[in-house]
Write a new protein. Structure first.
Length: 132
């Protein structure tokens, strides 16, 4: 999902919601991450390493607030990420800071790094909504 350049300003808020589904019984730990500005840059969230069973999920809801128009760490984050079996998955709080360049297009990216190459998962949905 791309956030267009100059579409956010001081006080803008984003709601980032999504879900990742495990396609098979995992042989090792999987770590799901959300990024802004591309892989390896500012992390929106990181799940704890989880060994998935088939049909386990990672759900995330992140609220992001533009707290400054320039500089690093200008995006304040709050939310939760859960990983595991639907109905009993463990939820973790997400809080932190990320850097967002308001003058350039920004891409929200979700990754899953499996411990075993045979592990498989898919992004069920990703929604990025400007709420203020």
């Amino acid at each position: 999902v791309t956030i267009p350049a100059y579409s956010l300003r001081l006080g803008s808020r984003l709601r980032i919601v999504g879900s990742v589904l495990s396609n098979n019984l995992a042989a090792g730990g999987n770590v799901v991450k959300g990024y802004v500005n591309g892989i390896g840059s500012s992390a929106l969230f990181t799940t704890p390493s989880t060994t998935f069973a088939a049909s386990d999920v990672v759900d995330f809801t992140i609220e992001a607030y533009v707290s400054a128009t320039t500089g690093s760490n200008n995006l304040s984050l709050s939310g939760a990420v859960s990983a595991g079996t639907p109905g009993t998955a463990t939820a973790r709080a997400v809080a932190g800071l990320a850097t967002l360049d308001l003058t350039a297009n920004q891409v929200i990216t979700i990754t899953n790094t499996p411990n075993n190459i045979a592990d498989s998962s898919k992004l069920l949905f990703l929604s990025v909504e400007k709420v203020a």
